[in-house]
Design a protein around this ligand. Structure first.
Ligand code: PEP
Ligand code: MG
Length: 592
């Protein structure tokens, strides 16, 4: 019988960054930090205990600063996360409250910090917005750093690892991930984490395979075990058999060949086999991401989620700050289109300086355009900044969460007012820019014919359209399996929007996550979507998928698709017809 110790084990997690690697495991152990004991301190020792806490924070700050200053150039864009960690270190919620607990409850600093983190973290974890949810992880990373200094645990110095290994850790902070040296570390596996975490964003930037959220990786994998990490499927194989190794090696080679071929073609336009040109654009949240869109061959910015500039601040940004930010993006993009979406705050993206924003049902509350129309001054500040930036490039303006024509009319009135004001003040601007609306509320689909009279384009936001059509909270993991882009109701909604757009002579774009899935490209083209926008890494894959399609073949295919009654049936059909071609590239097609 095979030795238990060396039996092949398969662990499942979340594919955080695609690619396959095979190698020896290197366990990074940070367990010590979690075992915190409580003890009461004497009255007279309270200020010394507070001092101990402050020293630990100071050490953490110095260590972070060192990491930021020594981060390699290609990862500089991610040091913003570490700058956020620097701010969090001294955030009132964490810093002042911990000192308060030490002083009022007379407990040791470790215990006070642990208590405060356990109170603060759930506030973030319970937010339905994925981005804010990830901030709970940042709190963990920051408090771990302080805790390590308090308990005297060794920091994991990933930069010093001197073998070619695969890291296995309970969690890796963005700071640790950014220290990864590509020539040493082949990939990593973590117990915690999800696809949207900064750790996996950095892994994708580094282009190393990563599987996150495995749960028990550090228990099941031992140092020096041979492991396979498949960042696409989220599978980790421990102690693979000879047969598995051979099969994996073959798949890895194929993957690398395909990736290299796709990257070589990513800067060429995406044309279908019969010559239809489709623009493939990038979605960004921060101006720094523009570079990534260009690097991956994006034809423009299809969605700039401007709210992130409002979220990471103590107060509303000024017109000048917004203008500088937008102009920065427009300047880099040159004559390529930049679609600036107006503020989509509240709902799932709460802004902490808006005091009265607590709502029982935020997804259906005073979100996005509804908020902006109630706060015309805040809205006009943004509109002025957009109109000013428009004077420097190809700006489009996109309004989120439109549910009826009045909201469009009021927005147009405010745009006119903002432009008139700029005119009177003699400030350079451009009023005549395309105005689009997000199609993400079912009533917008139903009244698309009315809305089309007033706007220049539609952009379908499938993330919310699915949430509002299928009544599925997009942040709730219990109903995540029902979040189905291929649901017949969603396909019909997309079809109606495109049909109305075509009838009324306006284009229909898509910027929800559905647009970034190569397998869905034939369906989206078949339904009549004119332009796709996605996370930058998906651009080469979707461009490649488009090149494998002949639009002439889509009519018959779509007849069958639209007769299907479930998402599973549609998925099965599209996989059967296009599964191999959309994910494959022929070497001889290279210079097409
Ligand atoms: C969407 O809803 O599909 C969309 C693109 O907007 P967001 O994800 O920012 O809500
Ligand atoms: Mg949306």
């Amino acid at each position: 019988m095979e030795n238990q110790e060396h039996q092949e084990i398969i662990l499942r997690g979340i594919g955080g960054s695609p690619g396959i690697c095979i190698g020896k495991a290197y366990l990074v152990d940070k367990e010590g930090v979690d075992v915190v004991k409580k003890y009461v301190i004497r009255d007279e020792s309270r200020s010394a205990e507070v001092g101990r806490f402050k020293t630990a924070v100071k050490k953490a700050r110095t260590a972070l600063r060192r990491i930021i200053d020594t981060t390699p150039e290609e990862l500089r864009q991610h040091t913003q996360i570490l700058e956020t960690h620097m701010l969090l270190l001294e955030d009132k919620m964490l810093y002042d409250r911990t000192i308060d607990v030490i002083e009022t409850e007379r407990v040791n600093a470790e215990w006070a910090l642990k208590k405060v983190v356990s109170l603060v973290k759930p506030i973030f974890e319970n937010m339905s917005d994925d981005y804010l949810k990830q901030r709970a992880e940042d709190i963990t990373h920051v408090s771990d750093r302080i805790m390590e200094n308090l308990v005297g645990a060794d920091l994991v110095d990933i930069g010093r690892i001197d073998k070619r290994v695969i890291l296995v850790a309970r969690d890796l902070s963005p700071a640790e991930t950014s220290q990864i040296q590509l020539e040493r570390i082949k990939g990593f596996v973590t117990n915690r984490g999800s696809r949207a975490s900064h750790t996996s964003i950095i892994a994708r930037t580094l282009e190393i395979p990563a599987v996150l959220g495995v749960g028990n990786a550090t228990l099941k994998i031992k140092n020096d075990d041979i492991i396979i990490v498949d960042g696409e499927t989220g599978i980790v194989v421990v102690n693979p058999t000879e047969k598995t190794l051979l099969e994996t090696e073959e798949r890895r080679e194929q993957y690398e060949i395909q990736k290299a071929l796709m990257a070589r073609k990513s800067h060429l336009p995406a044309r279908t086999k019969d010559g239809v040109r489709i623009s493939v654009m990038g979605n960004i949240e921060l101006p720094e991401e523009v570079v990534s869109v260009l690097d991956h061959g994006g034809d423009g910015i299809g969605l700039y989620r401007t709210e992130f500039q409002y979220l990471s601040r103590p107060d509303f940004p000024t017109e000048e700050m917004l203008f500088d930010n937008y102009k920065g993006v427009v300047d880099v993009m040159g004559d390529r289109p930049v679609t600036i979406r107006t503020l989509d705050i509240n709902g799932d993206k709460a802004v902490n300086y808006i005091r009265d924003s607590h709502e029982l049902n935020p997804a259906l509350g005073l979100r996005a355009i509804r908020y902006c129309l109630q706060k015309p001054d805040i809205f006009k500040t943004q509109l002025r900044a957009i109109l000013r930036a428009a004077a420097f490039g190809e700006v489009r303006i996109l309004v989120p969460m439109i549910s009826g024509i009045e909201e469009v009319e009021q927005t147009i009135d405010l745009l006119d007012e903002a432009a008139q004001c700029l005119e009177q003040q003699g400030v350079a601007h451009k009023r005549d820019i395309p105005l689009g609306i997000m199609i993400e509320v079912p009533s917008a689909v139903v009244t698309a014919d009315i809305l089309a009279e007033k706007v220049d384009f539609f952009s379908i936001g499938t993330n919310d359209l699915i949430q509002y059509t299928l009544a599925i909270d997009r942040g709730n993991r219990h109903v995540a399996h029902l979040h189905q882009p291929l649901h017949p109701a969603i396909l019909r909604m997309i079809k109606r929007t495109c049909d109305v757009g075509r009838e009324k002579g306006i284009k229909t774009y898509m910027c929800g996550e559905m647009a970034g899935e190569p397998l869905f490209a034939p369906i989206l083209l078949g339904l009549g979507v004119d332009e796709l926008s996605m996370n930058p890494q998906a651009i080469p894959l979707v461009k490649n998928a488009i090149r494998s399609i002949n639009t002439a073949d889509l009519r018959d295919f779509m007849d069958v698709v639209m007769r299907k009654t479930t998402a599973d049936e549609v998925q099965e059909l599209v996989e059967r017809h296009f599964g191999t071609v959309v994910s494959h590239i022929e070497p001889e097609q290279q210079e097409q």
